[in-house]
Design a protein around this ligand. Structure first.
Ligand code: BG6
Length: 457
């Protein structure tokens, strides 16, 4: 934890992301780590005014529970600056108005605006040691991400660039490291000889929730798979790093992502869009009819892609990545399916189902489904389930990621090469889908997806 005076300068402070995620994340962080020294400055084109801004910060602090001295200090000292950060002169004035030991410049802005701010910042120059925290999506294609990387690397060195992916702050994701590399049970089984398939699923019940402006141009593949789920894949599949410091860890992530590819973008990817339905009591309108949606864009709200990792450990093992919105059953899991044993003595009754490790995201826990003699007839095979909790820490994933940004620890941020690789992996699918000949299936909101789509997790 840093004792330096850190200022978090939020660009896009009047926006939805700041109120919905960033301020609550800061609030839970300050509740858990009250000795942090932090000041917050909000900035945006829209003039919110100091009072309204302070009220928003105070609301977030109150919603997080207690109002400790640090949280109170944050509320008392926070201020708001109206201005156009894409304009070099106003950006310079904004930066000059901030005095601190460490400046964190947080881009809570749409990608196109973030880029314009970066262009202005490259011209103006950032104060020594400035950290840039940039929200996803990082770029809109491989080429775009490369250009953006080149631009931000002109402003500050790579280890001061924090490309945010809050899934790297999920306890289950973080626990992959200990689970894989710090015990003798799983490590020897973690390869193609023992593992048949890996599924990484994030099926949500939330629908569009007024985010058409962003989501209709992104879709499930860009929104979830290109970023979050590929990061999870990376941690499931990485080679053991020599240490878990930022360099070793991120080298290993870069290496495994470089080995990942989609074999056949037509056969190995599918997409669908939800129609009107109900999730419990909640009526969900047809996606295509939602305000701000252009149905001709054929944006998918459910995407599934099979990725292969071309290396000795994983050759031939499919990694199925799927995420969708407005689904009835919520499944947020990584499932490692083990192969069936090569031999089971004759004479057992029951079914020898394949064993699996299920890692649950939110709440974070795991379960090992293991074939045993079972509770009943001792000669009848059954599956026993061993469960364990993961995490249970006080910080939400956003809080974890924010803590690492404020501490200047880039471990939970996406490095330039990984950001580009993630685009490279999905780009063939995006191209195939843009050609419009790939089918777009439909599913009723509240259902488990289009008929015939169920995976065997
Ligand atoms: C965001 C996506 O990055 O992650 C959302 O833009 C998605 O569409 C969300 O719902 C899922 O993460 P969480 O932490 O809200 O479950």
């Amino acid at each position: 934890m840093s004792a330096d005076r850190t200022t978090l300068l939020i660009l896009g402070a009047s926006g939805d992301l700041t109120s919905r995620l960033l301020l609550p994340g800061i609030a839970t962080l300050l509740r858990a780590q009250p000795r942090r020294s932090l000041e917050i400055v909000g900035a945006d084109l829209r003039d919110l005014g100091d009072d309204e801004w302070r009220a928003r910060v105070a609301t977030a602090m109150d919603a997080a529970g207690e109002r400790g001295a640090t949280a109170q200090h944050v509320v008392d000292t926070t201020r708001y600056v109206a201005g156009d950060a894409t304009d070099p002169a106003s950006l310079r004035a904004l930066l000059e108005s901030v005095e601190c030991d460490r400046l964190v410049l947080y881009f809570a802005l749409p990608p196109a605006v973030s880029r314009m701010v970066c262009e202005a910042l490259a011209e103006v120059g950032a104060p020594e040691g400035t950290i840039l925290a940039i929200e996803k999506p990082f770029g809109s294609s491989l080429e775009d991400a490369r250009e953006l990387n080149a631009l931000v690397q002109r402003i500050v060195p790579e280890d001061q660039i924090f490309r945010i992916d809050h899934f790297l702050g999920l306890y289950t994701v973080l626990n992959l490291l200990g689970m894989r590399f710090a015990n003798r049970i799983l490590a020897p089984l973690w390869d193609r000889d023992s593992i048949e398939k890996v599924e990484i699923l994030y099926d949500e019940s939330v629908a569009l929730e007024g985010r058409a402006g962003y989501y209709d141009k992104a879709g499930a593949l860009r929104d979830m798979i290109q970023s979050h789920l590929l990061q999870v894949l990376a941690l499931v599949a990485i080679e053991p790093p020599a240490s878990i410091d930022a360099r070793d860890l991120r080298d290993a992530i870069g290496q495994v992502l470089r080995a990942a590819r989609v074999d056949d973008p037509v056969k190995d990817a599918r997409r669908a869009r939800y129609t009107a339905g109900a999730i419990g009591e909640r009526e969900v309108p047809d996606y295509a009819g939602e305000e701000g949606v252009d149905p001709a864009r054929r944006t998918e709200t459910l995407a599934e892609v099979t990725v292969h990792v071309d290396n000795q450990r994983w050759a031939g093992v499919p990694f199925v990545l799927r995420s969708g919105k407005a689904l009835g059953p919520i499944r947020k899991q990584a499932i490692v399916h083990f192969r069936e044993p090569s031999f089971v003595p004759r004479g057992f009754g029951g079914r020898n189902s394949a064993d699996r490790l299920v890692l649950d995201f939110r709440p974070d826990s795991f379960a090992i489904h293991l074939t045993t003699n079972g509770k009943g007839d001792p000669f009848t095979l059954e599956q026993s389930v061993l469960r364990g909790e993961l995490g249970g820490g006080q910080l939400e994933p956003y809080g974890e990621v924010l803590a690492s940004i404020l501490d200047g620890d880039p471990r939970l941020a996406v490095r330039a090469d990984a950001a580009e690789e993630c685009w490279r992996i999905v780009e063939p699918v995006l191209e195939a889908w843009a050609a419009k000949d790939a089918p777009l299936a439909e599913y009723r909101a509240g259902s488990s997806g289009p008929r015939g789509w169920r995976t065997n997790g």
